[in-house]
Write a protein that binds this ligand. Structure first.
Ligand code: FES
Length: 123
């Protein structure tokens, strides 16, 4: 079983999900087995304005543990991430980062701000 721990900068209580990556997809948005897929499929919301199609940055997460247990980022993801507020060296798009290891221990932080929220708050 893989474990995914999610810490929300917004202050929401953190969540831990245990799941089997081989059972992916867990729902229909994002890459099967991606962080977004796992979260949505377990009733935990992560913004995904483009529907998990690698066309926005609202699903930005910062990987604290287990970065090397995720699929490698493709160029399109890297390009989009450059526009994500609060980018870090271990940032990923939740809809593209697929958990590939059956025994992965992943810890991610969901940043407080996404581009959607920044636009909303600057109005
Ligand atoms: S949901 Fe839009 S890039 Fe991930």
């Amino acid at each position: 079983m893989a474990r995914l721990r999610v810490i929300f900068e917004s202050g929401e209580p953190e969540r831990v999900i245990e799941f089997s990556p081989s059972k992916a997809p867990f729902q229909h948005d994002g890459q099967p087995g991606s962080i977004l897929d796992v979260l949505l499929g377990h009733g935990i919301n992560l913004e995904h304005a483009c529907g998990g199609n690698c066309a926005c940055t609202t699903c930005h997460v910062i990987v604290k543990t287990g970065f090397n247990k995720l699929s490698e980022a493709e160029e399109r993801e890297e390009d989009l991430l450059d526009r994500a507020p609060g980018l870090t060296p271990t940032s990923r798009l939740g809809c593209q980062a697929v958990i590939v290891d059956e025994d992965a221990e992943i810890v991610v932080v969901v940043p407080r701000y996404t581009i959607n929220q920044q636009v909303a708050e600057s109005r």
